[in-house]
Design a protein around this ligand. Structure first.
Ligand code: GLN
Length: 480
């Protein structure tokens, strides 16, 4: 296998044995980007020279005795809504097209300290609003498994980069499914951590009560290694949880004996493709053979999840995006009247989907409608959270599809926002409840599109996710 296609832990072994240098690893990935990115479109910014310079520096330090940590020298792609000092952070929006971040996000500081190499910033749906990476002012990203299909979204660039060998590992963000769904569509691993486990300092906010940063990797071991780096308390994020961070690689056990897995019946309705449902049934059979206990469970308020999400997420987005007024940062349209300047800037700077969300969110929060919509949504959110809490009194984790379908065709859903929203039906409830969930590759349909299996656990039980996911991977060799 080529260097650019190896997992981080495999490259780590080669670096340790001095069979390759960091410069060689970075060159392999940059060469791959040169070869394929014109077709895939995974990157908004490629940090070619910066990455080569950094690789050389790390090789020199290694030769002087620098310790090679598990992710030292590993090329990482970063979704373009996480700030890296001195680099552009655009959120795939015209309004931030000229914004250079003056500081590092906390996750970036941590990766930098460990010696990972920032290979570039990845394409995404504008401000993370979308499920296909078609809402970007820089053009679309294509799915490396089948370029006629979307890579999923909104972290489609990160997932596509990892799937295509244009990065070894990546970071994405997940507000309603944006790590798990693209990971599923591109046949890679994606994990959304418990709300509060990973600092969002330096993450551009979309819907603050839902947003989380998480890993996108080629296999479960790399996912655990990246989690080891990015988790942990940060006083600069007021929602950051003060909790002990385990060594997640300790959870990589090929063992699900006595693990109780719940199958939520609402996640297996008729909207699910038969081939996706069949892949889920095969996964259940595998877990059963390995000693897990599988039983059905009901999450009765699931049907309210999409409506609830599109009230809460748009309300928060309308407030978070109020800062893009042409004054603080980003693009400014000229006018001698300040109100007109705001209007023109926002009119020219935001794309259609972002405008739709801002209008919806402003409406939801406006006097007279607040109680009817926003408060009602908060109540529904509590019910959805209670459903999960009850389920986790009995189960260690839940198993469901990531998405009812596999990757859809480019352009198939762009004219129908509601159809697009519905593709997140099985990922959104997890964010509303603040739970951790992982998406792992679980086979292909007859057209060769990847199918993703989702595992959901109780808050701060990422270890259970990794253990069950690792068991699946070890016994199927589905990843990569
Ligand atoms: N697709 C969902 C949306 O458009 C979720 C996006 C996300 O998780 N950032 O809101």
């Amino acid at each position: 296998m080529e260097l650019a296609e190896l997992a981080a832990h495999e490259i780590h072994c080669l670096l340790k044995k001095k069979e390759v240098s960091v410069v060689e690893v970075v060159d392999a990935v940059l060469t791959r980007i040169d070869e394929v990115d014109d077709n895939i479109g995974a990157f908004i910014t490629v940090n070619g020279e910066g990455a080569q310079r950094e690789a050389l520096r790390i090789d020199q330090e290694i030769s002087r005795g620098r310790e090679i940590l598990p992710l030292t020298g590993i090329p990482v792609a970063i979704k373009d809504l996480i700030c890296i000092k001195g680099m552009k952070t655009t959120c795939a929006s015209r309004i931030l097209n000229n914004f250079y971040s003056p500081y590092d996000a906390t996750v970036i500081e941590k990766l930098r300290e460990a010696g990972t190499i920032f290979i570039g910033k990845t394409n995404m749906d504008e401000f993370a609003m979308g499920s296909s990476t078609e809402n970007s002012c820089f053009g679309i990203t294509r799915n490396p498994l089948n370029p006629d299909t979307v890579p999923g979204g909104s972290s489609g660039g990160s997932a596509a980069a990892v799937a295509a060998g244009e990065a070894i590992i990546a970071l994405g963000s997940d507000t309603g499914g944006s790590i798990r769904q693209p990971a599923a569509f591109c046949g890679v691993v994606g994990l959304v951590p418990t709300y509060g486990l990973v600092s969002r300092f330096g993450l551009v906010a979309f819907a603050s009560s839902l947003d989380q940063i998480g890993p996108i990797t080629r296999d479960v071991r790399d996912c655990a290694l990246l989690m080891n780096l990015i988790c942990g308390y940060d006083p600069r994020d007021s929602t950051s949880a003060a909790t002990n961070i385990p060594d997640y690689t300790d959870s990589l056990l090929n063992d699900v004996r006595e693990v109780k897995i719940g199958i939520p019946k609402q996640y297996f309705g008729e909207e699910v493709d038969e081939e996706v449902a069949e892949a889920m049934r095969e996964a259940m059979a595998l877990f059963k053979r390995h000693g897990a206990k599988i039983e059905n469970v009901s999450l009765p308020n699931t049907e309210y999840a999409i409506a609830t999400y599109y009230l809460i997420a748009t309300a928060e987005a309308s407030s978070n995006l109020a800062r893009y007024d042409g004054v603080g940062y980003g693009q400014r349209e000229k006018s001698d009247n300040i109100l007109e300047m705001y209007e023109k800037t926002r009119e020219a700077g935001f794309g259609d989907e972002v405008k739709r969300r801002i209008m919806l969110g402003t409406y939801v929060l406006s006097a007279g409608y607040y109680e009817t919509y926003y408060l009602k949504a908060q109540q529904a959110r509590a019910l959805i959270r209670d459903d999960f809490e009850k389920a986790f009194q009995k189960f260690d984790c839940l198993l469901a599809p990531v998405s009812p379908t596999t990757a859809f065709k480019v352009g198939e859903k762009t004219d129908d926002p509601l159809k697009m929203y519905l593709s997140d039906i099985f990922t959104i409830p997890v964010n509303l409840a603040g739970l951790p969930a992982i998406s792992i590759p679980c086979g292909f349909n007859s057209l060769g599109s990847a199918i993703g299996l989702q595992l959901i656990a109780k808050p701060f039980n990422e270890e259970m996710l990794l253990r069950v996911a690792y068991t699946f991977e070890e016994n199927t060799k589905m990843s990569r």
